[in-house]
Structure formats: structure tokens, C-alpha cells
Design a protein around this ligand. Structure first.
Ligand SMILES: *Cc1c(COP(=O)(O)O)cnc(C)c1O
Length: 645
């Protein structure tokens, strides 16, 4: 408990790329399903597309990836230096490449032809055969032997194999237009590969791994006439690991993938300006009317594309466009041109727009209701691959979602990009950023061993803490959580009187699309809100809203027959911890704390308490602008992974 509390009280970091390794593991699981038994080569070149190579490599291997892929031998050697012993394949070389180190360190080498002599020399020097994957240029026009060069290459390679200098494990090619599944060139490339493999076998080679598909190849395989032709024996997947979609018209969610990186910072300044005020270098933007501007302390030196003016930044539950030029260190958003994150978030809060303050969390892109990497890529006229990989070393990478068993010795790693070899920081600053407002990345693996009032019970898997500036934001967070809930879920709401438990439930109700009129259920104990046919989830579960405040014993709980509806509804229980936990092995626990200084909740169900409950709704309105800290915690097998809110 004490550790949690001290973390919650710390400030979130100034700026960071939060990388959720639980998302990476989830994505690997999904990609393995799609690969249907093929070997998965997790491509972690370019510092794992900016996400941190050793951390992503370990997470991918933990989740079942069989092999790693890098472009450079030096990238593969850096993984070895991190103690990663899994098979690694590297495929882009120059005469300066350290092949001897590669052979010594058991790095598999892509061989296109030109480097063959140097590889053989390295094998002689190391006194062991080089393990190679022959690369065919089947039409991309980059590396690899052309079909014309291929027969000569396989002859030479077969000879070297005979001399014990080489062992051909694989044959591969790279696809040029797999992200445009309708184009015919992919099938032509795959046919060329088939011919090349036959030639190699006829020459006496016996490769066990033929591979062609990258992320778009794998994701489009099921839609192709002959999925096996593209899936072959193995797939080399980069972008999909990171939860991004390579297709212009398909989102990661379409494939069950979750974006792993959140680029976030805190608002550095807020100011009111009159109409006609110029913004940033060149004064290319002038305000239309009197407005408020917020300064976002990330710029092109951090890797934010300079040309991405117009891209969205989320602050609270609204998206604000970047206006004027993006500078080296910073950019500006115009708060009067914002729009709500979602319909559900916008509706209840439309009347009262939340005020943006210095220090508020600002998210450029991330999972869930955040802007996407693709939003930024579109604004910059590029692709999502470039936006994440170009993120500069100036932005610290923060890894969350580490496996619980590794949590004790390394609760999280904070590392600066571009230094993948750096030791994880375990000093006082190492875990400073789980605090309030850490944003979508503020996920802490649970230690399952907390106790105390309102705190987690054993079996806690993770916790997420957010600081919310208003009742609107409380509703919006709950509305964003609702799509993750399904029939049978038990949600326990803790928090003092007036903290916003009913507000939170109203947000859940809006997101679930149930009949409105959610008020504090103090006297009825339990109220059922039926799902609405014209809501956002027609046919979805009803919401059962319970107040356990006056429920003293398990018999009391039984008297309201919760078990009748538990399996078919979403059950939300205020004051639920220690009263109804026995009803389900799994639960989502929501602790709401008002800003410090508020009075503690009464321990007993006395008259004053009940009267205070009656006034809670009024109090919640009166405290609409007050800061709250909300902590979500997952307990039990249903909630092994945090919802992406
Ligand atoms: C980068 C790369 C990949 C991975 O591509 P994604 O589209 O990110 O999956 C696969 N193969 C080769 C040869 C690559 O260079």
C-alpha cells in the first residue's frame, strides 16, 4: 500500500513515450493466431521501431515469438549484449559489417550474394559454420539475388555447405505491395519465390524456413485466395507487434491489435489571446476570435514531424489541433477549435467545457480514445512506420506492463531512446511516473499483495491511475471504459461521499447505452437500467447499480438477489469492497479520491451518513470542477490485462 501511495503522489514525467509491453505481448498472441502455426520472426530493427529493442524483444519472446529480426548485424549484437539468446536474423550488410562477431554470437545472416566471401571468411575465422537465409529479390528491386543471379548463388552456397562453412536454414524474399492486397504483383513475387526454392532444392540445399510475409502480408493472408502461399513457413512481423495497421483503410482494432506506444507530455503554458493573434514562427496562423492557446513542449527535435500542423492532441476528453509551425522544442494547440474525443464523452460534458490548465496531460498519440499514430502520419504526409521510428533519443521511453514475475526486481524501466544498451534505472527516479495523470501509459503491474481499506486484495493484476479535473472527465473516463465491459462483470466503486461514484456510474451507463436516470441508489439498494435499443450498444448488457453502503452482512447482500442478474448484467456496486467481493473471482475496482483535504468517509451506516448520501448528488455537482484521482485495478482472471482507456 505504501509503495502505491508514494507512487501516486509523484508527478508524471515531463515527456515520454510510454511503451506498454502488455500490449506487445497481446499483439504477439494475436499475430500468432493469424499465422496459424508458422514461425513468428519478431522484427525489432530500428530500436524496435522506436519502442525500445531489448524490452520489446523480451516481451515478444515471452509471448511466444520464435525468433527476432533486425536489419543490421550491429542491432543483433546489441540484443546479444543484453543477454538475449533467442535466434536472431540480420539481413542488411556492408563491407564494414562485423560478420566474424555475427558468427561468433550465433546471429543468422541474410545473404544476397555480394557479402558471401566475407561471410565465408568470418566462418573460417570463427571455426564454425555461418547459419544463413538466402535472400531473393523477387521484384522489390532492393537487396537479394535476382532470379538471374540465383542459380549461381545457390551453387556457390552448396559448395560452401559441403566445406562446412555454411548452413542454409532459410530462403526469403520481401514483398513490395502487400499493403495493397488487390494488386497482382504479390502473387507474382510469391510464384518467383516458389521457383527459386525449387532451384535451391535441386542444387542440394534443404532450407527449413521459407518466408515472405511482413505485417501486411500476414494481416491480409486470410483474405487471399491462397493464404499458404504467403504464410509459407515463417512470417517476419514488425509493425503489427507495435499494434499499428499498415493499411490506409483498416485500423489496428480491425485486427484485434493494440497500439503499444503513447507519446505524452504536460501542458507547459496556457494563455488567452485576442482575435488575430499570430502563433509560432512565420506567424502562419492567426486566431479567428478571442481564444485560449496551450503550449505543448514537444517539437521536431523530439521527432515530431515539423510539417504535421493540424494534427490532434488530446487534453482531457477533447482533441485540439496543432496550429502554426511546429518548432524544435514545442508546438501550440488552439483550444477553441477542439472537438470531443467521442460522442459519449462529448454529450454529457457539452455544456461545461473542461478548462485546460498548465500541467494537464497532453497525448499526441496512443491507444483507445487518443489520437492515433496514423492521425499524425496523415497530417505529416507520411506513414505510421515513420512517425514512431523517427522519435528521437530526447524522448525517454518508459516501459510499462512488464510481466508480474519480473516486477519485484525491476518494477519498470525508464530508458532514453537511442541507448538500448543502457541499464534500467532503479534509482529514486526510476518509477517516478506512475503518478496521477500518467495518462494511458500509467499502468502499474499489481503485486497482488496489497491490503488496507479500499486497497486491492490478493490477485490484483495491475492498476491505472488518472487525475481528472472535473466531473465531465470522470464521466468521460467511465464512458471510455464501458465498451470494455460485458455481461457478468462486477465493478466495485469506492470513494468518500460526493467523490463522484454516481457520476462515474452515469458515464458507464452512457457508454453502455442503458436507460438514463442513474442516481444514487441509497434507498433502493439496487436498481436495474435496461439496455436501450437505440443506444451505442443495442443488445448489450443491462446495468445493475447497487449501493452496498447499508448492507452490513453477507445475508443482507443475499437479500437483494444480486446473483440473479450477475451473469447477465454489468453490476456496479458502490461501497462494494469487502461487501460483495465474494460474488465473483474477478472484479474491476475503481477507487475515486477527491483532492486532498476532503473529509474521510464515515465508517458506519449512521443516520448522518445516510443523510450525507442523500446530499451526495448535490455535492458532486457543487464539486464539478474539483480534481479527482481515479485508480482502476484489475483482480482475477477476467482482468489480467488493463482495459485501454
Ligand atoms: C522491416 C522488415 C520487415 C517487417 O516489416 P513490417 O511491415 O513492419 O512487418 C520484414 N522483412 C524485412 C526484410 C524488413 O526489412
Amino acid at each position: 500500500m505504501s509503495e502505491m501511495t508514494s507512487e501516486q503522489n509523484r508527478q508524471p514525467s515531463e515527456r515520454s513515450a510510454v511503451v506498454d509491453l502488455a500490449a506487445v505481448r497481446h499483439n504477439v498472441g494475436r499475430l500468432l493466431e493469424l499465422a496459424r502455426g508458422r514461425t513468428l520472426i519478431a522484427v525489432v530493427k530500428a530500436n524496435a521501431y522506436g519502442h525500445g529493442a531489448p524490452q520489446v524483444a523480451r516481451a515478444a519472446l515471452e509471448a511466444g515469438a520464435h525468433m527476432l529480426g533486425t536489419a543490421h548485424v550491429s542491432e543483433a549484437l546489441a540484443l546479444r549484449a543484453e543477454g538475449i539468446t533467442a535466434p536472431v536474423l540480420a539481413w542488411l550488410h556492408t563491407p564494414s559489417t562485423d560478420f566474424a562477431a555475427a558468427v561468433r554470437e550465433d546471429v543468422r545472416l541474410g545473404v544476397s550474394g555480394g557479402e558471401l566471401d566475407a561471410v565465408l571468411a568470418a566462418a573460417r575465422e570463427a571455426g564454425r559454420p555461418a547459419v544463413v537465409h538466402l535472400k531473393l529479390d523477387s521484384g522489390l528491386g532492393r537487396n537479394g539475388a535476382t532470379p538471374e543471379q540465383w542459380p549461381a548463388l545457390v551453387r556457390r552456397v552448396r559448395e560452401a555447405e559441403g566445406e562446412g562453412l555454411l548452413s542454409v536454414e532459410g530462403i526469403f524474399t520481401h514483398l513490395a505491395v502487400a499493403d495493397e492486397p488487390a494488386r497482382p504483383e504479390t502473387a507474382e513475387q510469391l510464384a518467383t519465390l516458389t521457383t527459386a526454392v525449387r532451384t535451391a532444392r535441386e542444387a542440394g540445399l534443404s532450407p527449413t524456413m521459407v518466408h515472405a510475409a511482413n505485417t501486411p502480408g500476414l494481416l491480409s493472408a486470410a483474405d487471399r485466395e491462397d493464404p499458404d502461399a504467403i504464410l509459407r513457413d515463417a512470417v517476419r512481423v514488425g509493425l503489427g507487434l507495435y499494434g499499428l495497421s499498415p493499411f490506409a483503410d483498416r485500423t489496428p482494432e480491425d485486427f484485434g491489435l493494440v497500439p503499444a506506444m503513447t507519446l505524452r507530455t504536460r501542458v507547459a503554458n496556457v494563455k488567452d489571446v485576442p482575435a488575430g493573434a499570430g502563433v509560432s514562427y512565420g506567424l502562419t496562423y492567426r486566431t479567428e476570435g478571442p481564444t485560449r492557446l496551450a503550449l505543448i513542449p514537444l517539437g521536431y527535435a523530439d521527432g515530431v514531424p515539423r510539417v504535421a500542423t493540424g494534427a490532434p492532441v488530446r487534453i482531457g476528453n477533447r482533441l485540439h489541433p496543432v496550429v502554426g509551425r511546429i518548432a524544435m522544442d514545442q508546438c501550440v494547440v488552439d483550444l477553441s477549435r477542439s472537438r470531443p474525443v467521442t460522442e459519449a464523452a462529448g454529450k454529457p460534458g457539452a455544456a461545461r467545457e473542461p478548462t485546460v490548465r498548465i500541467g494537464d496531460e497532453a497525448v499526441l498519440f496512443g491507444a483507445g480514445s487518443n489520437p492515433s499514430v496514423t492521425d499524425w502520419a496523415d497530417a505529416a504526409g507520411t506513414i505510421n512506420y515513420e512517425v514512431v521510428t523517427r522519435l528521437s533519443p530526447r524522448v525517454p521511453r518508459e516501459h510499462v506492463g512488464l510481466e508480474p514475475q519480473r516486477d519485484s526486481d525491476r518494477s519498470r524501466s525508464v530508458e532514453h531512446g537511442g541507448h538500448p544498451g543502457a541499464e534500467p534505472v532503479d534509482g529514486p527516479g526510476a518509477d517516478r511516473d506512475h503518478g496521477a495523470g500518467a495518462g494511458p501509459g500509467g499502468v502499474v503491474p499489481g503485486d497482488g499483495a496489497q491490503d488496507g481499506p479500499g486497497a486491492g486484495a490478493a490477485g490484483e493484476n495491475w492498476s491505472i491511475t488518472r487525475e481528472l479535473a472535473s466531473a465531465e472527465e470522470t464521466r468521460a473516463l467511465a464512458a471510455a471504459l464501458a465498451p470494455h465491459l460485458r455481461a457478468g462483470d462486477l465493478v466495485l466503486l469506492n470513494g468518500e461521499l460526493g467523490a463522484g461514484k454516481t457520476t462515474f456510474t452515469q458515464g458507464l451507463g452512457a457508454g453502455l447505452g442503458v436507460r438514463e436516470g442513474i442516481i444514487s441508489p441509497t434507498f433502493v439498494l439496487a436498481r436495474r437500467h435496461p439496455n436501450l435499443a437505440d443506444g451505442p450498444r443495442p443488445g448489450g448488457p443491462d446495468l445493475v447499480h447497487v449501493d452496498a453502503y447499508r448492507l452490513g452482512s453477507a445475508e443482507d447482500v443475499e437479500s437483494i438477489d444480486l446473483e440473479d442478474t450477475l451473469d447477465t448484467c454489468v453490476t456496479v456496486v458502490e461501497w462494494g469492497t469487502s461487501k460483495v467481493e465474494h460474488l465473483s473471482a474477478s472484479r474491476l475496482v475503481v477507487d475515486i479520491e477527491r483532492a486532498r483535504g476532503a473529509q474521510a468517509a464515515p465508517e458506519q451506516a449512521d443516520l448522518a451518513g445516510v443523510l450525507a448520501q442523500l446530499g451526495a448528488q448535490w455535492e458532486e455537482d457543487a464539486s464539478a470542477g474539483e480534481v479527482r484521482q481515479i485508480t482502476l485495478r484489475g483482480v482475477g482472471p477476467r482482468w489480467t490485462e488493463p482495459p485501454r482507456v
